[in-house]
Design a protein around this ligand. Structure first.
Ligand code: CA
Length: 226
């Protein structure tokens, strides 16, 4: 899952990025409204954390522009403490949730997880496919109850596929959602990660759909129709 942070306060931005990367997200950080708007308009994100008070273009204007451009990624706005008018304006401009500053990072991450889950149609924090379980809170993966250790990239790939269980996901879509902007995006590495995940979780966990991409399905479910 890939997240954009738009935050002009350097320490907060860096700290958020480090925390989210530690939690298994690919993260891009923009430090003003113009850069933030550009990234949100040109790159693909599973969720966006948007500060409202930003240099160049303020957060509400950025959000309003994205929505008018048809960008639908869930947006969590960071508002000034106790500013009910900020919250109302943010929600009216198309925000999906808000957190008031100062906030507990754990709360922000929990809300972010919920936004990403809901946007992909998953109600529960634990995602299940057959005997495989991925807990989005702890980042732990088990197969038949046994813990399985995945590398950060393997986890990102599995997490994206299990969030979109039963759908065909193209290689390009995977690249867009598991790498940040600065990552050297070699599409061949996707196949390598898929192979490694199959070794750890079973050869049938991810299906290759020739020419189209990959899908992770509930065992016994009919093959996805592309
Ligand atoms: Ca700010």
């Amino acid at each position: 899952m890939r997240v954009l942070i738009v935050e002009d306060e350097p320490n907060l931005g860096r700290q958020l990025r480090a925390t989210l990367e530690g939690a298994g997200y690919a993260v891009d950080l923009a430090t003003d409204g113009e850069e933030g708007h550009f990234l949100g308009s040109t790159e693909t994100y599973d969720a966006i954390i948007l500060d409202l008070g930003l240099p160049e273009i303020d957060g509400l204007t950025v959000l309003d522009r994205w929505r008018k451009e048809g960008r639908t990624a869930p947006v969590l706005v960071l508002t000034a403490r106790d500013s009910w008018s900020d919250k109302v304006a943010g929600l009216d401009a198309g925000a999906d949730d808000y957190v008031a500053k100062p906030f507990q990072t754990e709360e922000l991450i929990a809300r972010l997880r919920a936004l990403i889950r809901r946007a992909s149609g998953n109600a529960s924090a634990e995602l299940i496919a057959g005997d495989i379980r991925l807990d989005t809170r702890s980042g732990k993966v088990t197969k038949a109850g046994e813990p399985v250790k995945l590398t950060a990239q393997e986890y990102k790939l599995l997490s994206y596929l299990i969030h979109h269980k039963g759908k065909v996901v193209s290689r390009t879509e995977l690249i867009e959602h598991i790498y940040d902007q600065d990552f050297d995006r070699d599409s061949n590495t996707i196949e390598v990660f898929v192979t490694r995940i199959r070794k750890k979780l079973g050869s049938d966990v991810i299906t290759t759909i020739r020419g189209l991409g990959y899908s992770l399905d509930e065992p016994g479910a009919p093959a996805p129709v592309a």
